[in-house]
Design a protein around this ligand. Structure first.
Ligand SMILES: [Zn+2]
Length: 150
């Protein structure tokens, strides 16, 4: 499944949070989303680069993840919730992932919670709004800038 930015939408500079003009696209990357039954679910997206008069050329800020992390926020929250209920090893086994992945997910959620002083608020990041419907993914970012089709 490939996600494409909506035409004419402008990417957000990660340094200043302002919409800027597109510089170019990075190669497509895979982002891991919530599993469906026991199947891993990924989507593909080629991040755009923005030209910012203040900070120069940067890779755009994305609503579902950060930096070079391949897991989406949703998947990190999902994994860390299970890791809280089960042992980390059980979480690894059940979701066919690695110990390192669970570690990164839990670390992210804990850090995010500490930074925002509201660990439960993590679910309100907004990426849960990514709805997977019969092969069509609509990612509703702040301005619904992203659309996806199989
Ligand atoms: Zn900027």
């Amino acid at each position: 499944m490939t996600i494409e930015p909506r035409r004419n939408s402008r990417p957000i500079c990660p340094a200043c949070g302002t919409r800027r003009t597109v510089d170019d696209r990075r190669p497509q990357r895979l982002f891991e989303y919530l599993p469906v039954w026991s199947f891993k679910v990924y989507f593909r997206y080629a991040p755009r680069r923005v030209t910012c008069p203040e900070y120069g050329v940067k890779v755009e800020s994305l609503p579902w993840g950060y930096g070079k992390e391949r897991m989406t926020f949703s998947y990190q929250i999902f994994l860390s919730r299970w890791a809280k209920r089960l042992s980390w090893q059980e979480t690894v086994d059940i979701f066919k992932t690695s110990w390192d992945t669970v570690f990164r997910a839990v670390t992210f959620v804990v850090d995010y919670g500490l930074a925002h002083r509201s660990p439960e608020g993590v679910t309100e990041i907004g990426v849960d709004e990514i709805a997977v419907l019969a092969g069509l993914v609509t990612c509703r970012g702040p301005d619904r800038a992203f659309l996806a089709e199989e």
